[in-house]
Design a protein around this ligand. Structure first.
Ligand code: SF4
Length: 185
């Protein structure tokens, strides 16, 4: 089975699009390396699909001010699921799934609908829309994150989610997010 582990990545100053893309890549690398490390401990094969940042920025153009769980996120999920479905198809997998929906910040129906849409591109490919939050999944996620001391990213992943989270923090007298500093444990 193919599992889509991460929708996308992160980060900072809203100065120039060129800088945004470079900054997004920095946090992607941090999260990806943790993912790879953990896959190694489980003896799982890690497939590093291209982040394809230019495509991502093109797809979400005009949706920069959408709230989280809005249309920008649908585009974001669609892009990642389409890539996962293609990989599954090209490598003769009949089933794929994702852990994206385990986060309580995500709209599970929105995630699953993107997965289902992508699966329909190919015959004999099924998207497994399992609810990973159930059967103790959410608490298990925290337990493993603490044990492995994973990076705890305090926003979803793109520059726009970082911008909006920092705006909320400012309005609520909370400090700005410091990228790459907070870990479970
Ligand atoms: S907030 Fe950004 S990174 Fe998160 S799902 Fe939406 S578009 Fe993707």
């Amino acid at each position: 089975m193919v599992n889509l582990a991460c929708c996308c990545i992160a980060v900072v100053h809203l100065v120039q699009e060129r800088s945004w893309k470079q900054l997004q890549l920095q946090t992607l690398i941090l999260r990806k390396e943790e993912n790879k490390r953990y896959c190694e401990t489980l003896n799982f094969k890690f497939i590093d699909a291209d982040y394809d940042k230019d495509n991502w920025f093109d797809r979400v153009k005009g949706l920069e001010d959408e709230p989280e769980r809005g249309e920008r996120c649908t585009k974001c999920f669609d892009m990642r699921f389409e890539r996962s479905a293609l990989f599954a198809h090209e490598n003769n997998f009949s089933l794929f799934a994702t852990t994206l929906g385990i986060s309580r910040w995500k709209d599970l129906d929105q995630v699953n609908n993107s997965g289902l849409r992508a699966s329909k591109r190919y015959d004999n490919l099924t998207f497994w829309d399992f609810n990973w939050r159930k059967q103790g999944g959410s608490s298990r996620m925290i337990e493993i994150s603490k044990r492995e001391e994973f990076y705890q990213q305090e926003y979803c992943g793109c520059v726009y989610s970082l911008r909006d989270t920092n705006k909320w923090r400012k309005e609520n007298n909370r400090p700005r997010i410091k990228r790459g500093k907070k870990f479970y444990g």
